[in-house]
Design a protein around this ligand. Structure first.
Ligand code: ADP
Length: 319
């Protein structure tokens, strides 16, 4: 079983010809709502990539999510969003009197650039005390991001380490973490800007495809398997004592890159869950499959709705 512990947000997305000035009202081109939050997106990615869209009730991996929503209508939408994609949402707490997390997203039509106001609401009600223990049966893999309070994430890492559960951290939005946090992290998945931030690098224009000194700094943080996603340039895999491996991105017709990183994380987690072998060959296969899954997502518009189902890809263990 994979357990994702993290954020759930309702996305309110307005597309506009231009961004309003102070005091100005603009009639927008379009408006849509959708389920989001990095935690929920990655849980949905794990669930979709381990089941067929024709039968979501059973899959090759059980995927559950722990998090918190408010007792408002958005909270109900977020729970339904998880269940409709095959995620077990029984561990998502519904906090009385709290508001669900909301992201107000303004997309400028001509540039595609977005501006986001994030109100964490119930996501920030998750306290370290909620995770000093984990209920049995324990998951095989825990996936974390950084959209819930940091002290809570650090407690989850401690508990997972005590229970010897493999942890995948996607440190987004990125911040520098205490050194001891990395002792509990087996898989670190970062994009280029996250790689720069977690290594405390001031320069934001590092080329992570070729800069081996920076690669060493990133690996020295302590995670056993480090994956840097490079957008349209693919993926780079680092592991102590092994040569750097790069995987070219699939050549696709790019529509919308939203949720590409979340798809990559979900697919990689499913692949390493289905094959417990951590040899270089097995890791390369997992990364290659996640690279294919993420490419499918960028070919389609939307966030969670763009994430492919297992039946849209070759099997994760295909030769
Ligand atoms: P994030 O969405 O977290 O910023 P990236 O932009 O690095 O992450 O994208 C994650 C992964 O999605 C990439 O490593 C790659 O596998 C896939 N991907 C992203 N952009 C493209 C693209 N233009 N063409 C093909 N694959 C892509």
């Amino acid at each position: 079983r994979i357990e994702v512990i993290g954020s759930l947000n309702l996305d309110l997305v307005s597309t506009t010809a231009r961004v309003p000035q102070g005091g100005e009202t603009i009639i927008t081109q379009s408006f849509s709502t959708g389920c989001g939050g990095k935690g929920a997106n990655q849980a949905v990615a794990c669930a979709r990539l381990s089941r067929s869209q024709h039968d979501i009730s059973s899959g090759s991996v059980i995927v559950s999510m722990a998090g918190a929503v408010g007792d408002d209508s958005f909270g109900g939408d977020l729970l339904k969003g998880l269940r409709d994609n095959g995620v077990d949402a029984a561990s998502v707490l519904v906090r009385k009197g709290e508001k669900s997390g909301v992201a107000v997203i303004i997309v400028e039509e001509h540039s595609g650039e977005n501006r986001i106001l994030m109100s964490p609401g119930a996501n920030f009600s998750l306290k370290p005390a909620d995770f000093t223990d984990l209920p049995a049966p324990l998951p095989d893999i825990i996936i974390l991001q950084l959209e819930i309070p940091l002290d809570t994430t650090l407690q989850i890492l401690k508990t997972a380490q005590q229970k010897k559960i493999e942890v995948l951290l996607n440190p987004a939005p990125a911040q520098k973490l205490p050194n001891e946090a990395y002792l509990a992290i087996t898989h670190l998945v970062v994009n280029e800007s996250e790689a720069s931030i977690v290594t405390g690098n001031e320069a934001r224009d590092i080329d992570w495809t070729s800069n081996t000194a920076q690669h060493k700094t990133l690996l020295d943080l302590g995670a056993r398997h480090v994956i840097i996603t490079l957008g349209a340039r693919g993926v780079c895999y680092l592991s102590k004592g092994k040569p750097i491996r790069t995987f070219a991105a699939q050549k696709v017709n790019v529509k919308d890159t939203t949720a590409a990183g979340d798809t990559f994380v979900g697919a990689y987690a499913v692949a390493i869950m289905l094959n417990r072998d951590r040899s270089e060959t097995a890791m390369a296969k997992a990364i290659d499959w996640a690279n294919q899954a993420a490419a499918k997502t960028v070919e389609r518009p939307g966030a969670q709705s763009a994430i492919p189902w297992a039946n849209e890809l070759p099997p994760s263990n295909a030769k």
